[in-house]
Design a protein around this ligand. Structure first.
Ligand SMILES: Cc1ncc(COP(=O)(O)O)c(C=O)c1O
Length: 458
C-alpha cells in the first residue's frame, strides 16, 4: 500500500462539498451537453478539472491581499512583484497579465506572422490556439518516449534536440519568430525537462538567432524534479535551480495560477527592452497599464508572496509525493497511466483503458463522463477533443498520439481520503470498463473546442 505524505500545513478554513445523487449527476451531465466544463461546480464532489487557480492560498497570501496597493500607476505591489521576478527569474523587464493566455496573446500578436513556425516540446492548448489564431503553426518536438505511457524515464518532457536542429535547418530560421519549451510538459503528462536539455535547447535556438521563451506555469515543480533526479543538483535550492534555468532564456511567461498558488494572475518577462516597449503598448490596448496589467494591486501582492511559497521545498516534497500516491493507487488497480507520475496531475491512458472506443468517438471524453457519473469526480480530456485539428494544407483530420484524461490536483486542497475516494471510484469503473460507449460532437467552435463543445452519447 503506497503512503500518503503528511501535509506541511493544517486546515484553518473549510468549504463544504457534496456528492449529488447518481440521478442528479446524470441529469447535470446531460444538461451540460456531456461537457464537464459546463457542469456547475456545485454538482461536482471532487474537482480535478484543473490545478489552475484552484489552489488554497496561505495565511501569508491572504495577509498580502490586505496589503495590496490599488494605485492605478506605480503601485507598491507592482514593485514588490518586480523584485520577486528579478530575484527568482532574473528578468529585468516584465508586465503583469490577468493570466497565462493573455501573455501568450501579446507574444503572438507581436511576433507571429502568418505561416511562421513556433517549436516547443509540446504547446499546451491555449498556447497552441493563440499561435493558430495568428495563423502561426505550432510544432511539437518532444522526445518520442513522451508517447510511450509506461516508459518510466526521469525527464520525459525533454525536447528531441537532434530533431529540433534538423527541423530548424529544413524550416529556415527566418520562418521561426521564436522558440519555446513548456516546463513541466502539461500536454504530455506533467513531465519535467532537465537542465541538460534546457541548455542544449537554448544553445540551438541561439545558434540560429531564434529568441527562446519558456512557458513557466509549473517551473517550481520542474525545479524540484531536477533537484531530485538530475546529477549535480541535489544540494542546490529550487530557487538556485530556477535562476539557472531562466538564465538560459530570452523571456518567459507564466500562468501564475499554477505554481504561484494564486486564484488569478500571470506575467510576461523578457530581457529585450525594445520588445518590452512594444509589449507595454499592446498591454495598454487590451489588458491595462503596465504596472497592473489587468490585475488588482492585491492580486500582484499575493502573487509575489506565492512565487516564494511555490518554491518552498517542504511544500514541493509533499506536492510531488501526493501526486505520486494517487498514481500508485491507480496503478494498483491495473489502470494504465503516464509514468512516472507528473508534478501536478495523473494522466490516465484513456485510449488503453477504453480500447474498444475509436479515436473519432473520443475515449477520453467517455472516460471523463464515466468518472463523473460513477463518483461525481471531474477530470479533463486531453486527447482528440482538445487537440485533433484539420491540417491547414491538406484539410485532413490529424489526431493526437495519445488519448488521455488528466486528473489535476489543486494545490493544498484535497487530503488522502479524497484521493482514496478517487481511486476507489476508478476501481469500480475499471471493473465495468467494456460497458461504456463513445461520444459524437454536436456543436464545436473553431478554436479551443473542448471548453464549449457539446456531445451526444453514441
Ligand atoms: C502549460 C500551460 N501554458 C499556458 C496555460 C494558460 O494559462 P491560463 O489558463 O492562465 O490562461 C496553461 C493553463 O493551463 C498551461 O498549463
Amino acid at each position: 500500500m503506497p503512503t500518503h505524505p503528511a501535509e506541511p500545513f493544517r486546515i484553518k478554513m473549510v468549504e463544504p462539498i457534496r456528492l449529488p445523487s447518481r440521478d442528479e449527476r446524470k441529469s447535470a451531465l446531460a444538461a451540460a451537453g456531456y461537457n464537464l466544463f459546463a457542469v456547475p461546480a456545485e454538482n461536482v464532489f471532487i474537482d480535478l478539472l484543473t490545478d489552475s487557480g484552484t489552489g488554497a492560498m496561505s495565511q501569508e497570501q491572504w495577509a498580502s491581499i490586505m496589503r495590496g496597493d490599488e494605485s492605478y500607476a506605480g503601485a507598491r505591489s507592482f514593485y514588490r512583484l518586480k523584485d520577486a521576478i528579478q530575484d527568482i527569474f532574473g528578468f529585468d523587464f516584465f508586465v503583469p497579465t490577468h493570466q497565462g493566455r493573455a501573455a501568450e496573446n501579446i507574444l503572438a500578436a507581436l511576433m507571429v506572422q502568418p505561416n511562421t513556425y513556433i517549436p516547443s516540446n509540446m504547446h499546451f492548448d491555449t498556447t497552441d490556439a493563440n499561435l493558430r489564431a495568428r495563423h502561426g503553426r505550432p510544432v511539437n518536438l518532444v522526445n518520442e518516449v513522451a508517447f510511450k505511457p509506461s516508459a518510466n524515464v526521469p525527464f520525459k518532457g525533454n525536447m528531441d534536440t537532434a530533431r529540433l536542429e534538423e527541423w530548424i535547418k529544413s524550416t529556415g530560421k527566418e520562418n521561426i519568430p521564436f522558440g519555446c519549451i513548456t516546463i513541466t510538459n502539461n500536454a504530455g503528462g506533467g513531465q519535467p525537462v532537465s537542465i541538460e536539455n534546457l541548455k542544449a535547447v537554448s544553445e540551438i535556438y541561439h545558434r540560429y538567432d531564434i529568441p527562446f521563451f519558456i512557458d513557466a506555469c509549473r517551473f517550481a515543480e520542474n525545479c524540484y524534479f531536477i533537484k531530485l533526479r538530475e546529477p549535480g543538483y541535489s544540494s542546490k535550492t529550487t530557487k538556485e535551480i530556477a535562476k539557472e534555468i531562466f538564465s538560459l532564456a530570452d523571456g518567459a511567461w507564466m500562468s501564475s495560477k499554477k505554481d504561484a498558488i494564486v486564484n488569478i494572475g500571470g506575467f510576461l518577462a523578457m530581457r529585450d527592452e525594445s520588445l518590452y516597449q512594444r509589449v507595454c503598448n499592446e498591454l495598454i490596448l487590451r489588458e491595462g497599464f503596465p504596472t497592473y496589467g489587468g490585475l488588482a494591486g492585491r492580486d500582484l501582492e499575493a502573487l509575489a508572496t506565492g512565487l516564494y511559497e511555490g518554491l518552498d521545498e517542504s511544500y514541493l516534497d509533499y506536492r510531488l509525493k501526493q501526486t505520486a500516491y494517487l498514481g500508485e493507487r491507480i496503478k494498483e488497480i491495473g489502470i494504465p497511466i503516464i509514468e512516472p507520475a507528473g508534478g501536478h496531475a495523473i494522466y490516465l491512458d484513456a485510449g488503453a483503458l477504453f480500447s474498444h472506443i475509436p479515436q473519432n468517438e473520443f475515449p477520453g471524453q467517455a472516460l471523463v463522463a464515466a468518472l463523473y457519473i460513477e463518483g461525481g469526480i471531474r477530470g479533463t480530456e486531453i486527447g482528440s477533443v482538445m487537440f485533433a485539428h484539420k491540417d491547414p494544407d491538406s484539410g485532413e483530420m490529424i489526431y493526437p498520439k495519445l488519448e488521455l484524461v488528466r486528473l489535476a490536483l489543486p494545490r493544498r486542497v484535497y487530503t488522502q481520503s479524497h484521493l482514496d475516494y478517487v481511486a476507489d471510484t476508478l476501481k469500480s469503473l475499471w471493473d465495468q470498463r467494456s460497458s461504456y460507449k463513445g461520444y459524437r460532437i454536436v456543436y464545436e467552435p473553431e478554436l479551443l473546442r473542448h471548453f464549449t463543445a457539446r456531445f451526444e452519447p453514441m
